[in-house]
Design a binder for this molecule. Structure first.
Ligand code: NAD
Length: 290
């Protein structure tokens, strides 16, 4: 089965829209997501535009703060994030990654975001809480993958889940999330030997390397559930994922395409996380309503 996520995304968006409408009517407050973008990366411009459009669709006010690389130093960026932390009208903060190379200490910058406004769930508190199984903001892409699996009522408990990639924003939180669902986890990366053997033993294969069409038919067990997180360009400059889709689709029992799979779900999860932070902020600090 090839699973395009558009219907599922639409369902989430309608639910989020309704809840925001309800809160706005009751409290008179609009949810605000502040997006900070440094520089003019081509792919980031597209991602930011998609996020802005999705926010508009559901009634979130998405404020873009776009600085030229020369216009702001890491220290000034930290100061700016602190101002957003203190701004009671802002419910959620997102730093668009990757930052330009002059902002080399990305973790130090992400650390500054208030954990109650950290919509991507990348700050150490939220990552730590995820690992400990404490309720937290879960990074949007891993959450998107889990919700795709849950939408199909797949049994996750006891399944062997192989994750390709160990980045802080996809692979590591994905592993923590699938572990919390009682899957047995293997994380493969650039240091893994016999990677294809691990892939072949996967019941659920989650691919997030950024290597176009890296996962071939021979690397997939018949009936495997394949989730493709990667976004790359193939030899003809067409958008593609980590998986050699045309060949693997015949062997997998379930596969997400690129484009049309994890990407749109990730944006739906950004909306969901923004709504959650907004709701918590309103319910916990009614004084700020004025
Ligand atoms: P990254 O470059 O930070 O990490 C890639 C990981 O893959 C690394 O841990 C590396 O060890 C591993 N890797 C790379 N090449 C490998 C190889 N040949 N063999 C084994 N392991 C290898 O990337 P990321 O930020 O985690 O993103 C991964 C991919 O997912 C990218 O294509 C990115 O564009 C995409 N992505 C998609 C979404 C979405 O919404 N669909 C969100 C985030 C990232």
């Amino acid at each position: 089965m090839i699973f395009y996520t558009n219907d599922l995304v639409e369902k989430y968006k309608q639910e989020i829209k309704q809840e925001i409408k309800h809160f706005k009517k009751k409290q008179g407050i609009t949810p605000v997501l502040s997006v900070v973008q440094i520089g003019n990366d081509f792919a980031s411009n597209i991602y930011v535009r998609n996020k802005q459009k999705a926010c508009l669709d559901v009634g979130i006010d998405c404020k873009l703060h776009n600085f030229a690389e020369k216009e702001i130093t890491p220290l000034q960026l930290v100061k700016f994030i602190k101002e957003l932390n203190d701004n009671k009208r802002v419910h959620a903060i997102l730093i668009q990654l990757p930052l330009p190379s002059s902002f080399f200490n990305v973790n130090n910058i992400l650390n500054v975001i208030d954990k109650t406004k950290d919509v991507d769930g990348f700050c150490p508190y939220n990552i730590g809480a995820l690992v400990l199984g404490v309720p937290s903001v879960i990074p949007c892409t891993p959450l998107a993958v889990l919700n795709i699996l849950k939408s199909q009522n797949f049994e996750i408990r006891g399944k062997h889940c192989v994750i390709l990639g160990r980045s802080n924003i996809v692979g590591k939180p994905m592993a923590a999330l699938m572990l919390s669902e009682s899957a047995t986890i293997t994380v493969c990366h650039t240091g893994t030997k016999n990677l294809a053997d691990f892939c072949r033993s996967a019941d659920i294969l989650i691919c997030a390397t950024g290597c176009p069409k890296f996962v071939t038919q021979e690397m997939v067990k018949p009936g495997c559930i394949v989730i493709d997180v990667g976004i790359s360009r193939d030899e003809n400059q067409n958008c593609c994922g980590d998986v050699d889709f045309e060949n693997v689709k015949n062997k997998a029992s379930f596969i997400t395409p690129v484009p049309g799979g994890v990407g749109p779900m990730t944006i739906a999860m950004l909306l969901k996380n923004t709504l959650d932070l907004y709701r918590t902020s309103i319910l916990h600090s009614p004084a700020q309503l004025n």
